[in-house]
Design a protein around this ligand. Structure first.
Ligand code: A2P
Length: 287
């Protein structure tokens, strides 16, 4: 882990990926235009707070709006990190190459920092991965990775992959810590990044153990969860449309949970997902 100062929000920490690229430990999850009336203001607030990683996906439908904000805001391209994801319907070699071009056009950029396969749709994922390797070799993306790939999908992909994935973005929050996949990723040297780290703003934010820790550390329950993930070496992409919560979610680096308190949160794991398992979500179009 390295530290870097200079962002308005104070100090940001980074994790170093297996190809040497640094990724912000906390990025900004995708807000949709339909979620808010002031899309650009929400993103500009996030920028002012110190977020520099912006996560999106072809299937979210917000790439055009995000590209417009980035263009209007005129932030230097090298100052921020953009993550994109190839959608299920775009999987396959040629399909992925054209999907990537569409994503670049919509985001008004000429490269991505990270490009992921969104879900492990099994039949074409070798071809999709080959396309990602090509994009990486061509210098159009600085790192390539996966999302929602669990051990069985990883094992299968690795039988043919030439490049080791740099990141796996997975559903991860206290009630679904995804610890088994986490340990496997650690062994493989793949960075775990959590989607929905706050469980979509659900029950964990009012869990009695998390609440008592929030009181003890004088932090919000969201901060306790995000700090717990950071201490486990997990990068996160919390999203918030609210300026105060955006600030809380990034202010994690000048305090720490004790190992015992970290373990108290580990014990909350109960295998409760906010979305279906990867193999269930897309079973209809897997083969
Ligand atoms: P809001 O936009 O009103 O802040 P996740 O990233 O896990 O999907 O969670 C996102 C949800 O969590 C959003 O509904 C967001 O609502 C809420 N949220 C984000 N940060 C916090 C926080 N620090 N405390 C409480 N709720 C939060």
């Amino acid at each position: 882990m390295t530290a870097m100062t200079g962002f308005l929000g104070g100090m940001m920490k980074y994790f170093t990926l297996n190809n040497g690229l640094e990724i912000p430990a906390v990025g900004f999850g995708s807000v949709l235009e339909s979620d808010v009336a002031n899309f650009e203001e929400v993103y500009e607030n996030a920028w002012s707070t110190g977020y520099r990683l912006f996560d999106t996906a072809a299937s979210y439908g917000n790439q055009i709006a995000l590209g417009k904000w980035l263009k209007n805001s005129d932030h230097a391209r090298k100052e921020y990190f953009l993550t994109g994801k190839v959608a299920q319907s775009e999987q396959g070699y040629e399909e992925t190459l054209s999907a990537f071009q569409k994503t670049l056009t919509e985001l008004q950029t000429d490269y991505l920092d990270l490009y992921l396969i969104h879900w492990p749709k099994e039949k074409p994922f070798f071809e999709t991965w080959k396309a990602l390797e090509h994009l990486y070799d061509e210098g159009l993306v600085r790192a390539i990775g996966l999302s929602n790939f669990e051990a069985n999908h990883l094992d299968r992909l690795l039988t043919k992959a030439k490049i080791m994935p740099a990141v796996d973005q997975l559903e991860t929050h206290p009630y679904f810590s995804n610890h088994v996949t986490h340990d496997y990723l650690e062994k493989l040297g793949i960075q775990h990044q959590a989607w929905s780290p706050l469980g979509h703003g659900g029950q964990e934010l009012t869990d009695s153990v998390i609440k008592s820790l929030a009181e003890k550390y004088d932090k919000s329950t969201g901060q306790i969860i995000l700090r717990w993930l950071y201490q486990k070496g997990v990068a996160t992409i919390p999203k918030s449309t609210n300026t105060n919560r955006q600030k809380q979610n990034i202010n994690l680096f000048d305090w720490a949970l004790t190992p015992r308190d970290e373990q108290l949160i580990d014990l909350l794991q109960r295998g409760e997902r906010v979305m279906g398992a990867p193999d269930e979500n897309y079973s209809a179009d897997r083969w």
